[in-house]
Design a protein around this ligand. Structure first.
Ligand code: GTP
Ligand code: MG
Length: 380
């Protein structure tokens, strides 16, 4: 009997031992088997009838590829051929006249007319012709190369040699830089915001866009498309919504994301009866609850010539414009408008639009612009 009890006890102990072993081994069993990295040439792990997956079979993540914008340095020089219409009228026209054997009063008058047709404006034209006349007389210019050098120098002086054209887009300690983009409808504000976002991204900055044009829903879509190509988020609101609130939110979002720059696109027209200038004034006031706006860019269409300058004055009275973006210079022979705009508004041209392509916006440089207007040496 005792033997029987001992035997039952041993059997029970054995059963418990087996169960304990089972339980403690379970987690090990639950872990996935370590992945065997197949060795090159070793196909033993793959059953012979299973097709080996190739790189093409593996689905790739579907995040859209971002554009890599062109570098911004030297853009104006690279895009100089876009100014060919102005080049023909202004540069070649002036050379042809000044290269004449005899520079009499009639010729100088023609020089003046050429400059006036380029939309340079009366005052700037008279000053430039005065300086050219004097130098040609005093220096006794003979060779086309000397003439070119003088013309270039005086043109650069007229365009503005030491003008500060830097865009204030660097962030502050606690908030991004804010750039407000204003102008009449159709001048190229949204396009400029998009192109400028690319310029900044190309320079290694992070950008948030604010779609404060609520006149039509498509305006926000247009801006968002530009932004998404370079990974810039667009803050938008409902059609007909309050532009000032969207602009405010865009800056708030820029702060949250620790972005470098917030670009705010505005409308050229409004739904409400409030004047556009009142509305822009409100956008400015509300945005500035975050801190002062760093740059207010006025976008002007170069093909509208002096009319554009007249419109521009209204904007400069409503918001403190700090720089002009002159768009569509590729579509006009009147490159002299750069000079007129600066003189009449007292605001530097900081960027120029030279086409509809995404990277057709160039930082403005007086020397490169004068070179572009004067064309190649071959034009002599
Ligand atoms: N050729 C040329 N076209 C340009 C340039 N900049 C803008 N455009 C074109 O001008 C048209 C109007 O541009 P938008 O950016 O929509 O103008 P906007 O000022 O935002 O217009 P609204 O939103 O209606 O006030 C578009 O077809 C642009 O492609 C430029 O530098 N050269
Ligand atoms: Mg627009």
């Amino acid at each position: 009997m005792i033997e029987l009890l001992v035997l039952v006890g041993v059997v029970l102990l054995l059963a418990v031992a087996v169960m304990v072993g089972f339980v403690t081994r379970r987690p090990a069993k639950a872990l996935p088997a370590p992945r065997q990295e197949p060795q090159v040439g070793d196909d033993s792990a793959v059953p012979r009838d299973t097709p080996v997956p190739t790189v093409e079979d593996v689905p790739l993540p579907t995040a859209p590829a971002l554009d890599v914008p062109d570098p911004t340095a030297g853009r104006l020089t690279r895009l100089r051929s876009r100014l060919s219409r102005s080049q023909g009228t202004l540069g070649r026209g002036l050379f042809a006249l000044l290269s004449r054997d005899k520079l009499d009063d009639d010729t100088w008058e023609e020089v003046e007319d050429t400059l006036l047709t380029s939309d340079m404006g009366v005052a700037a034209t008279q000053e430039l012709v005065g300086r050219l006349k004097q130098r040609v007389r005093v220096e006794g210019v003979t060779s086309p190369a000397e003439l070119r050098a003088i013309l270039r120098e005086e043109l650069v002086t007229t365009i503005g040699r030491d003008v500060d054209r830097t865009l204030k887009t660097l962030p502050h300690a606690d908030r991004p830089a804010v750039v407000l983009v204003v102008g009449v409808n159709g001048t190229g504000k949204t396009t400029t915001c998009g192109k400028l976002a690319r310029v900044l991204v190309a320079d290694g900055r992070s950008v948030v866009l604010g779609a404060a044009d609520t006149f039509r829903a498509a305006a926000a879509d247009q801006l968002e498309t530009w932004g998404s190509r370079v990974g810039a988020e667009t803050v938008r609101g409902p059609e007909g919504g309050d532009p000032a609130a969207i602009a405010f939110d865009a800056v708030a979002r820029g702060k949250e994301l620790k972005a470098d720059t917030v670009l705010v696109d505005t409308a050229g027209r409004l739904h409400t009866k409030t004047g556009l200038m009142d509305e822009l004034g409100k956008v400015k006031r509300v945005v500035e609850k975050h801190g002062p706006i760093d740059e207010t860019l006025l976008v002007l269409d170069a093909t509208t010539g002096q009319n554009g300058v007249v419109q521009a004055r209204v904007f400069t009275e409503a918001v403190q414009v700090t720089g002009v973006v002159l768009t569509k210079l590729d579509g006009t022979a009147k490159g002299g408008i750069v000079v007129a705009v600066q003189r009449e508004l007292g605001i530097p041209v900081k960027l120029i639009g030279l086409g509809e392509g995404p990277d057709d916006l160039a930082p403005f440089e007086a020397e490169a612009f004068a070179d572009a207007l004067l064309g190649d040496d071959a034009a002599l």
